[in-house]
Design a protein around this ligand. Sequence first.
Ligand SMILES: C[S@@+](CC[C@H](N)C(=O)[O-])C[C@H]1O[C@@H](n2cnc3c(N)ncnc32)[C@H](O)[C@@H]1O
Length: 302
Amino acid sequence: MYHNPVMLNESVEALEIIADGVYVDATFGGGGHSKEILKKISKNGKLIAIDQDEEALKNAFVSEKLKLIHGNFRYLKNYIEYLNIGKVNGILADLGVSSHHFDTEARGFSYRFSGNLDMRMNQKAEKDAISIINTYTETDLCNIFWKFGELQGARKLAKSIIENRENSKIETVDELVNIVNAIYPEHRRNKTLSQVFQSLRIQVNDELKALEEFLMASIDVLADGGILVVISYHSLEDRMVKRIMKSGNLQGVVEKDMYGTPLTPFKVISRKVVVPKEEEIRENSRAKAAKLRIAQRIRNGN
Ligand SMILES: C[S@@+](CC[C@H](N)C(=O)[O-])C[C@H]1O[C@@H](n2cnc3c(N)ncnc32)[C@H](O)[C@@H]1O
């Protein structure tokens, strides 16, 4: 299976779909969420789906209501303008990588396999993990492991990578795993490897900057009353989603006008973050880290 969609019902119900409305699935993947949205819109409705991975586009299904775009969701506003759609009634983003990415050796996302250190979601992108590991300075590598993986001992790992690459280029998952395993005690290895691979993946795909641009674009693209639903899988993503939904800015600080009225582009619908039911977590290990947030576009603010 390409990907088992996470919190399918919760996320699609949160969109409060209007049959003739226009919706965006910003992360098409295996198309699980898209399929569910399509069931709820009429022939007058439309679904724009986006994925930056060409392999995901092979999951496309024939539907006159579906327009599938190969691209990065950070350009959401451009796509909507190009398609001459006006505003949309709802946007769903189910962030990060798909199970297909993790389960395909050649993509290099998982430390369980021994492929090349690729980690690009968009296989046409110039920068892969090999180029980062072999060209970034010790300080830059250390910052990536610390900022994007909260890795204890990030400096030591960065130093060891620099020493190892002086002997020969580091190209495969196995080579990186061996470097990590030589530094960290056995009981910390799995957690450490997850942190190292997550941080590299975030850097390769510029995930946080793309998410910020996407969230800001959603403010312009959503119609009044339109709904934004985001499922995230790690705290860096969730913090950004929470702050922008609360305030319309990265700092999460609500600005007010001269009368003290808050200038927020969204009303937060999910006061508390929504997490998957235990049953889903039992059946789908990927669901364990999932956090869903919902916000509604309102007229005041920008
Ligand atoms: C978790 S999967 C989505 C799964 C999907 N909801 C389903 O039901 O199958 C995330 C997908 O989003 C894509 N993706 C991640 N970041 C992206 C971005 N910035 N722009 C476009 N696609 C992105 C990935 O390639 C991946 O296919």
